[in-house]
Design a protein around this ligand. Structure first.
Ligand code: HAM
Length: 438
C-alpha cells in the first residue's frame, strides 16, 4: 500500500483545503436537478409498489467479496476497505444490491408476500480512476424485486428504468442479453475459450487472465484492442438451455408488448458476478461508446440470496448512476422547474423593526405564505435589491415610524408604488393582492 506523507497539522494552519480526489460538491444551483431526480424516483416507486430501504454505507468486506466476486474490478481494485478500531474488516459500499440482499435475509423478508419490491438512493464508493462520469463517491438509485423468477418482472424493471429516464428528458438505448444459468453458461464459456484461444496474444493483460478464470468477463472489457477482437463472437442467446431461452424470449415479448425498444447485445455480461439469465444496460446512445459510461445497468441475480445464507430466492434489479443521469439531463437541455418564487419579501429598518419582523415572519409563514427576508442586512436598498433578484411581487417594509403608527408599507415591486396599511390587516391585504385564500 502506498502511504502518502501527511503534512504535520501544525504546519497546515491557513492551508486552503480542497476536495478529496474523485469526490464532488453538489452546489445549490445543481440541487433542482437532484430534487427532480429524487422526486421522480419516489413517484415511480409508488406507482409500481416499491418501498424505500436504506442500508448502511459500511458493510462487512466479505459481503461484497461474496456477492460481487473476488475476481471483479470492483472487489480486486476499487473497494475502500479498512480495519476498524475493533478489528473488523469493513468496506464503504461500492454498490447497493449486496446490502439489500443481506437485509432481505437478515429481516426474514422471505416470509413476506413475494416479490418484495424495494428501492434505494444513496452514495456508493469505488476507488476508480476519476474522469468524466467516473467518481470515487457517486450516487446511485436502484430498484430490486426479490422472490420471483417470472420474466414479467425483468420486463417491468426495464420499463421502470426507461420511464425514469424519460421523465428526466432522456432517451436511452436499452441493451439486453441473457447469460444463462449454471447449466448452460459453462457451455458458452467453453465456446468463448475456443474463440479467444488463437488470438490470446492480442488480448490485454487483464483479459489474458480472464481467459483462464472467467472468459465471459472478456466481453465486458473496455479496452479498444479487445473490443475489436469481438466482431464474430458466438452469441449467448444461441447457446442457452431451453428454460433460460424461453425465459429470455418471454422478457423480450413483454417488452414488445410494452413498446419498450431494446437492442440484443451479446456483450452485456456485466462487471459483477452475481448475475444469472437476463442482463441489461441503459446506454446514452446506441453506439459502442455508450458502454463506457453506461447510465445504468442490472439484471437477474437468482443465486445471490442463497449465496448469502438465505433460502433459494430469485431476484432482479437495476441501478442508475445519478451524476451521469444529471449530466445527460444538462446535455439534453432538460430544465427542472425552479422552486416557487416567494409570495412576499419582508424588509426591516432599525433594531425594533428587526425584532418585530422576526415574529411577523413566523406569523406570515403560519398563515401559509412563502416569505423571504434578509434580516442580516441593514439598509433598505440592499434588501429591496435582493427581493428584486428573487422576483418577488410584493415587499412589506417595517421601520421605526410604522411601529409607532401600528402600520406597515406594502410595495409593489413592479412599479415601486408603496401604500401604508394597518399592521393588523397585513394578512387579508396580502390574500387580496395575491389572489389567493391561504
Ligand atoms: P453497476 O453497473 O456497477 O451496477 O452500476 C450501476 C451504475 O452506477 C452505472 O451504470 C453507472 O451509471 C453508475 N456508476 C458506477 N460506477 C460509477 C462511478 N465510479 N462514478 C459514477 N457513476 C458510477 C450495480 O451497481 C448493480 N448493483 C446494479 C444492480 C442492481 N443489479 C441488480 N440490481
Amino acid at each position: 500500500m502506498i502511504k502518502k506523507k501527511q503534512i504535520p497539522i501544525s504546519k497546515s494552519i491557513g492551508k486552503k483545503y480542497q476536495l478529496v480526489k474523485g469526490m464532488k460538491d453538489i452546489l445549490p444551483e445543481e440541487q433542482p436537478f437532484w430534487s427532480w431526480v429524487k422526486n421522480t424516483i419516489e413517484k415511480v416507486a409508488e406507482e409500481y409498489g416499491y418501498q424505500k430501504i436504506d442500508t448502511p454505507i459500511l458493510e462487512n468486506t466479505n459481503l461484497f467479496i461474496r456477492s460481487v466476486g473476488e475476481d471483479t474490478d470492483i472487489v480486486s481494485k476499487e473497494m475502500y476497505s479498512f480495519i476498524d478500531k475493533g478489528g473488523e474488516n469493513l468496506t464503504l459500499r461500492p454498490e447497493g444490491t449486496a446490502g439489500v440482499a443481506r437485509a432481505y435475509n437478515e429481516h426474514g423478508m422471505v416470509n413476506l408476500p413475494q416479490p418484495v419490491k424495494l428501492f434505494y438512493y444513496g452514495q456508493m464508493f469505488r476507488y476508480d480512476k476519476p474522469q468524466a462520469g467516473r467518481f470515487r463517491q457517486f450516487y446511485q438509485f436502484g430498484f430490486e424485486s426479490l422472490g420471483e423468477a417470472e420474466s414479467i418482472l425483468d420486463a417491468q424493471q426495464i420499463l421502470i428504468g426507461y420511464k425514469i429516464f424519460q421523465r428526466c428528458g432522456i432517451n436511452t438505448s436499452i441493451q439486453i442479453n441473457s447469460i444463462g444459468c449454471e447449466e448452460c453458461r459453462p457451455i458458452y464459456q467453453n465456446l468463448l475459450t475456443d474463440y479467444f484461444k488463437n488470438i490470446k496474444n492480442q488480448l490485454c493483460e487483464d483479459c489474458k487472465k480472464r481467459l483462464t478464470k472467467n472468459p465471459l468477463k472478456i466481453l465486458d472489457c473496455k479496452e479498444k484492442k479487445c473490443q475489436e477482437l469481438m466482431t464474430n463472437l458466438p452469441q449467448t442467446v444461441d447457446n442457452l438451455c431451453d428454460n433460460c431461452h424461453s425465459h429470455f424470449v418471454k422478457v423480450l415479448e413483454y417488452l414488445d408488448e410494452l413498446e419498450v425498444p431494446y437492442i440484443l447485445n451479446s456483450r452485456i455480461v456485466r462487471g459483477l458476478n452475481y448475475y444469472t439469465r437476463t442482463t441489461f444496460e441503459f446506454w446514452e446512445s446506441e453506439e459502442e461508446e455508450g458502454r463506457q459510461n453506461a447510465l445504468g445497468g442490472g439484471g437477474r441475480y437468482d443465486k445471490l440470496i442463497e449465496l448469502l445464507g438465505g433460502r433459494p430466492t430469485p431476484a432482479v434489479g437495476f441501478a442508475v448512476g445519478i451524476e451521469r443521469l444529471i449530466t445527460k439531463m444538462h446535455d439534453s437541455d432538460f430544465t427542472p422547474p425552479k422552486s416557487p418564487i416567494p409570495d412576499v419579501f419582508l424588509a426591516q429598518l432599525g433594531n425594533e423593526a428587526r425584532k418585530k419582523s422576526l415574529k411577523l415572519f413566523e406569523e406570515l409563514k403560519k398563515a401559509g405564505f412563502k416569505v423571504a427576508e434578509s434580516f442580516a442586512k441593514n439598509g433598505i436598498k440592499p434588501q429591496l435589491d435582493f427581493a428584486n433578484r428573487l422576483g418577488v411581487k410584493y415587499s412589506l417594509i417595517l421601520g421605526q415610524k410604522e411601529i409607532l403608527d401600528g402600520t406597515i408599507l406594502i410595495r409593489d415591486m413592479d412599479g415601486g408604488i408603496q401604500e401604508i396599511i394597518n399592521y393588523e390587516k397585513i394578512i387579508p391585504e396580502l390574500e387580496k393582492r395575491l389572489g389567493k385564500k391561504q
